[in-house]
Design a protein around this ligand. Structure first.
Ligand code: F6P
Length: 506
C-alpha cells in the first residue's frame, strides 16, 4: 500500500469488512464452546497472559487483522519508532520514550547520536538526589527532613505518575520504602485542588516538584506560583532553593521561575507528554516516595515489554494484538459491576477489558483468619466476561419460573466482547510491563489507522482558546466594559462570560 493512501481503501480492509457479515452471525456463547478456537486466542509474554477468546472474532478474523497490519506496515513502523525515525511527522520529532528505559549499554539513536548516555546521566542524577532527600542529607531550610512531596503538573505530567503511585501504594516492598513519607499531586487549577493538595502539610518538611515539559502550561505555572508563595510566606525566599525542584525540557524557563537549573531534571522533545511517565516526570516524584531501586524495576518491566513489542512476530505480539483488537473501558475491582455493567449488558455493545493478578498485593485478616477477598474478586474476574459473552436467554428464564412480565428485563442477549489479562502479581516490574503494553497498543492502532498518536494539536487548540479568553477578559476588565461579540466570542460565550464577570463584582 502506498504510504499516502488510506488503509480503508486497501483490499485487506475490504476483506475485513466482508468478514463482518460472517462474524455478525456468530454468538460468543457458541464460539466459546470451540476449544480449538479458544486455544488459538491466547498469548503469553513475560508472564503477561492475554485471553482474547471473548472477542467477536475467530482465527479467520485474526488472520485478516494481521494481513491488515501487514498492509498498514505495522512491523516496519515499529522498527522505525525504535530506530528514532521522525514518525511524529506533524511535529517533526522522533518518538523514543522506549529509550528512557533502555539498559545503560544500549544504543538508541536520534539524528545519529546515541541518546542512552544522556538518559542515564539524568537517571543517575535522579538516583543521587532522591537518595540524598530520602537519607536526610538534603534537608529543608530549617533543617527538617523532607518527608512530603507535592508533584505539581497536569496531563501527561501527572496522570501516569498518579496511576503508578496508586498501583504501588499497597505493594509490600514499595510500601516499606514509602513508610513515613507522603506524596500528593496537584494538577487541576481549581483553587480547591491547591487547598486539598497542601492541606495538613508542614512546609518545613515539604519538597515541591514542578513537572512541566514546556514549563509554560498555564495551569501548572499558576499552581507553581501558588505553591511557591505557600512556601516563601512561611519560610522566606531561601525556601525555593531547598524546597523546590523541577522536571522539564525547558531549563531556561525553570531558571526564570527561580529554580536553580542544577535542581532540575531534564528530558527531551522526543518524549511525548502522554508517554512521559518513564522520564524524570514519573521517576523524580516516584523515586522520592518509593526509592530509586523500586522505580528502576518499573523501568526494567517497561523495557521487557518494549523488547517484546520490538522483536515478537505480530501474531504473538501482545501490544500489537491489543492494538488490532483495540477496545478500552475500565473501573477498578467489581465497582464497575455495581454501576455501569447494566449498560454494558443491555445497552449498546461496549467492549470491556478485565485485568487481574494471581496473587494479591495484600491479604486481609479478620480474627486471625484470612478473608477471601481476593478469591471473591477473582470469581468476578472469571464470571463477568462469561456473563457478558453468554448472557441469559428467555427459554432458560421461563424454565426457571421467572414471571412473564420480568422475562424481557432478565434476558441478556450476551455476545458482548471482552479481553482478559492475567498477571502473576502487581509490582513495579509487572506494572512497567502493563503500562508499556498499553503505550504500544496505542501506537499500533495509530500505525494501522494512519493516525499520528504522538502529536497533540487538538489539546493545543484548547490551550490557545483559554489564552484568548484570559486576555480578552483582562482587556474588558481594565476598560471597565463587558465582553462582546467584537472580542471574537459567539453569543453564548459572551452571555456566559458576562454573567460570570458581573456575579464576580457583586
Ligand atoms: O495539553 C496537553 C499537554 O501538552 C500534554 O501533552 C502534557 O502532558 C500536558 O499538556 C502538560 O504539559 P506540560 O508538561 O508541558 O506542562
Amino acid at each position: 500500500m502506498a504510504a499516502s493512501s488510506l488503509i480503508s481503501d486497501s483490499k485487506e480492509w475490504r476483506a475485513l469488512q466482508d468478514h463482518v457479515g460472517a462474524i455478525k452471525q456468530t454468538q460468543l456463547r457458541e464460539l466459546l464452546e470451540d476449544d480449538a478456537r479458544t486455544e488459538a486466542m491466547v498469548r503469553e509474554a513475560g508472564g503477561v497472559y492475554l485471553d482474547f477468546s471473548r472477542q467477536n472474532a475467530t482465527p479467520d478474523t485474526l488472520k485478516l487483522l494481521l494481513e491488515l497490519a501487514g498492509a498498514a506496515g505495522v512491523g516496519p513502523k515499529i522498527q522505525a519508532m525504535f530506530g528514532g525515525a521522525h514518525i511524529n511527522s506533524t511535529e517533526g520529532r522522533a518518538v523514543l520514550h522506549t529509550a528512557l528505559r533502555a539498559p545503560r549499554g544500549a544504543v538508541v539513536e536520534d539524528g545519529g547520536a546515541n541518546v542512552v548516555p544522556e538518559v542515564w546521566a539524568v537517571l543517575d542524577q535522579i538516583k543521587a538526589f532522591t537518595e540524598r532527600v530520602r537519607g536526610g542529607e538534603w534537608v529543608g531550610v530549617t533543617g527538617k527532613r523532607l518527608t512530603s512531596v507535592v508533584s505539581v503538573g497536569i496531563g501527561g505530567s501527572a496522570l501516569g505518575p498518579l496511576f503508578v503511585h496508586t498501583a504501588l501504594s499497597t505493594e509490600p516492598e514499595a510500601m516499606a520504602q514509602a513508610a513515613g513519607r507522603q506524596l500528593s499531586f496537584l494538577a487541576n487549577v481549581d483553587p480547591v485542588d491547591a487547598v486539598r493538595a497542601l492541606r495538613g502539610l508542614d512546609p518545613e518538611a515539604t519538597l515541591v516538584v514542578i513537572v512541566s515539559k514546556t514549563f509554560t502550561t498555564a495551569e501548572t505555572m499558576l499552581n507553581a506560583r501558588t505553591v511557591r508563595a505557600w512556601l516563601t510566606e512561611r519560610l522566606g525566599q531561601a525556601a525555593v532553593a531547598k524546597h523546590m525542584v523541577a522536571v522539564s525540557t525547558n531549563l531556561k524557563a525553570v531558571e526564570a521561575f527561580g529554580i536553580d537549573p542544577a535542581n532540575a531534571f531534564g528530558f527531551w522533545d522526543w518524549v511525548g507528554g502522554r508517554f512521559s511517565v518513564s522520564s524524570a516526570v514519573g521517576m523524580v516524584p516516584l523515586s522520592l516516595h518509593y526509592s530509586f531501586p523500586v522505580m528502576e524495576r518499573f523501568l526494567q518491566g517497561m523495557h521487557a515489554m518494549d523488547d517484546h513489542f520490538r522483536t515478537a512476530p505480530l501474531q504473538d505480539n501482545l501490544p500489537a494484538l491489543l492494538g488490532l483488537l483495540n477496545i478500552d473501558f475500565g473501573e477498578p475491582g467489581t465497582n464497575g459491576q455495581h454501576s455501569f455493567y447494566q449498560l454494558i449488558h443491555q445497552g449498546r455493545t461496549i467492549p470491556a477489558e478485565f485485568i487481574a493478578v494471581v496473587r494479591s498485593q495484600q491479604d486481609v485478616y479478620l480474627g486471625g483468619e484470612k478473608v477471601s477477598s481476593h478469591e471473591e474478586l477473582m470469581c468476578n474476574f472469571f464470571a463477568q466476561p462469561d456473563a457478558l459473552a453468554c448472557g441469559k436467554d428467555s427459554g432458560t428464564l421461563r424454565a426457571e419460573g421467572v414471571p412473564e412480565h420480568l422475562v424481557p428485563h432478565k434476558t441478556f442477549t450476551g455476545n458482548r466482547p471482552s479481553l482478559s489479562i492475567l498477571l502473576p502479581e502487581l509490582n513495579a516490574y509487572t506494572l512497567g510491563q502493563l503500562l508499556s503494553m498499553y503505550e504500544h497498543r496505542v501506537a499500533t492502532s495509530g500505525f494501522v489507522w494512519g493516525i499520528n498518536s504522538f502529536d497533540q494539536w487538538g489539546v493545543e487548540l484548547g490551550k490557545v482558546l483559554a489564552n484568548k479568553v484570559r486576555s480578552k477578559v483582562q482587556e474588558a476588565r481594565s476598560a471597565g466594559r463587558q465582553v462582546s461579540k467584537a472580542d471574537g466570542f459567539n453569543a453564548s460565550t459572551v452571555r456566559l462570560l458576562n454573567r460570570f464577570l458581573e456575579a464576580k463584582t457583586q
